[in-house]
Design a protein around this ligand. Structure first.
Ligand code: BES
Ligand code: ZN
Ligand code: ZN
Length: 505
């Protein structure tokens, strides 16, 4: 989509237009006739529904009406401007998705957006909703797909730079979704690493290091190597480093051998990069395997966050650690009862080969602890079906150790951008459930209860005393059905959250 800021007078504009109406202050420039204004007001007051019997009519102030006034159309967005902040913004994103479906229905590819008495943050939410709703995974479609091509926004709301920095973030979300939607046949660990390397090369301030199997072996990452054993594709361990702190030469702050670094300590982001999760020898039954191409959404999200931070030159130091492999059965596949020795020396009894995410993440987290002296480690992972059962597809299951403050900040940003999280407990009683008879830890609990928490507990072991936040994004990374401003498929959920967190630093 091409965005532009323009002087738009809604009363005289001749093209297709979206008009935002939050309250009566918009009436000064309302491009409606007297009778239409009457109708709109009655609908806002709730009378419309009773009279018209129209099925689509909703009660209340939030609705979209398309006025067909040849040759152009007016998409009238009524919303309740008495609601404030995050709440009204989320309503507007949702209304934007409705508008986008109408634009698609009408084949409108160019539209102007304006309003009067509307706040910049409300217009921004509208633009964001249109953008997030306009994405679809097209690359395997033979027929051309509908997209909104041009969006002209009234100049009064924000500056070119503000719009441009948002656009860069949305672009990264698109890329995140695209990677997650790609089937493993076309995006395995090696290719994903190549893609990340190519992106990083063009980005100032980002250094990308790709480690291959040999290197991973020399580092003794037993978790990543164990999970990869059944695969015909090689694993990769990708490190993305972005240094947005002025005055320090790139690389200077990076601790090469475990010691602390000068200057500010980095935020380390770890992303689960299981390119495809068959379950391994504990193979996923029935249709549980479907959509497991999305099991690398954590890695795609973390990479996108680092790239967006670099695009917009955020003044932060951030490192993404991305262990990449698929999880397959195969001649040499790792099996239940195997005992793996992890990067930090911890031994792990494999009880179920389908609990593979925590094995590759554990190596990455331990690598972060040892090599970066992090301020905080945050991981994102499509880790447990139990998280989906607990809170469905409406948010992130979050846990923390020694990172109360960081998780509080994430909760605040999460409400703002509507990528919400809810905290699960990390009570010490859960430690018992992952203690092994034969090794230090087992890779899943002794009972199936609290599966999301035992996974978080397992990972926290590897963070040691470093402030650590675990984000289980299993419910939100990939939607089976369209939901709000997401179509079916990858959502990029978590990117705006973590980017917002970096902005707060
Ligand atoms: N990738 C899955 C978790 C998942 C399930 C993500 C559904 C998205 C939707 C993960 O690797 C897994 O298989 N977890 C097991 C763990 C169990 C074997 C302890 C699970 O949740 O069933
Ligand atoms: Zn699994
Ligand atoms: Zn998995």
């Amino acid at each position: 989509m091409i965005y532009s800021l323009q002087d738009i007078n809604p009363k005289t504009y001749e093209g297709d237009m979206i008009f935002m109406y939050g309250d009566e202050s918009a009436e000064r420039v309302l491009p409606l006739g007297k009778r239409e204004v009457e109708l709109v007001k009655r609908r806002r007051s709730g009378e419309w529904r009773a009279e018209s019997g129209e099925r689509r009519a909703e009660s209340g102030k939030d609705f979209v009406v398309a006025f067909d006034r040849l040759p152009s159309r007016l998409y009238f967005v009524s919303f309740d401007s008495e609601r404030k902040g995050a709440e009204v913004q989320e309503r507007l994103r949702l209304l934007a998705a409705e508008v986008l479906r109408l634009l698609e229905r009408d084949g409108v590819r160019e539209v102007a957006l304006c309003g009067e008495g509307t706040l910049p943050e409300e217009v921004a939410a509208m633009v964001e909703g249109l953008t997030l709703a306009d994405y679809s995974f097209d690359r395997y479609k033979s027929k051309e797909c509908y997209h909104l091509e041009r969006l002209a926004v009234s100049r009064v709301f924000f500056s070119e730079e503000e719009l441009e920095s948002q656009r860069r973030l949305w672009n990264r979300i698109y890329w995140c979704r695209e990677w997650v939607n790609m089937p493993v046949a076309d995006l395995n660990a090696e290719r994903f690493a190549d893609e990340l390397e190519a992106v990083a090369k063009d980005l100032e301030g980002v250094r990308c290091t790709v480690m291959d199997r040999k290197k991973i072996e020399s580092l003794r990452m037993g978790g990543l190597l164990g999970v990869n054993r059944g695969s015909v594709d090689e694993p990769r361990f990708v490190v993305l480093e972005y240094d947005g702190c002025a005055g320090v030469e790139s690389g200077e702050w990076r601790a090469e051998s475990g010691a602390g670094a000068p200057g500010e300590r980095p935020i380390v982001l770890v992303g689960k990069g299981v390119m495809y999760d068959t379950g391994g020898l504990n193979i996923k039954p029935d249709d549980y395997m479907q959509e497991m191409k999305s099991d690398m959404a954590g890695a795609a999200t973390m990479a996108s966050v680092v790239f967006a931070a670099a695009d917009n030159r955020l003044p932060v130091r951030v490192v993404a650690l991305l262990p990449l492999t698929d999880n397959r059965p195969g001649g040499n596949a790792y099996a239940a009862d195997d005992i793996l020795t992890m990067y930090d020396g911890t031994t792990v009894e494999v009880v179920n080969t389908d609990a593979e995410g925590r094995l590759i993440l554990a190596d990455a987290i331990a690598y972060g602890v040892k090599n970066y002296n992090p301020r905080v480690i945050i991981d994102a992972a499509t880790l447990t079906g139990a998280a989906v059962r607990a809170i469905s597809t409406f948010g992130i299951a979050a846990m923390q150790t020694n990172a109360e403050r960081e998780l509080e900040m994430l909760k605040i940003v999460g409400e703002e951008v509507h990528e919400r999280l809810v905290e699960f407990p990390m009570w010490k009683e859960y430690d018992e459930l992952i203690r092994s008879e034969y090794a230090d830890l087992r890779n899943c609990g002794t009972t199936p209860q609290a599966g999301t928490i035992t996974a978080g507990k397992f990972l926290a072991h590897f963070a040691k005393d470093v402030p650590y936040v675990h984000l289980d994004i299993a419910g939100v990374a990939y939607f089976t059905k369209a939901q709000g401003y997401y179509r079916a498929g990858a959502s990029g959920y978590g990117t705006r959250l973590l980017y917002g967190f970096l902005q707060m630093q």
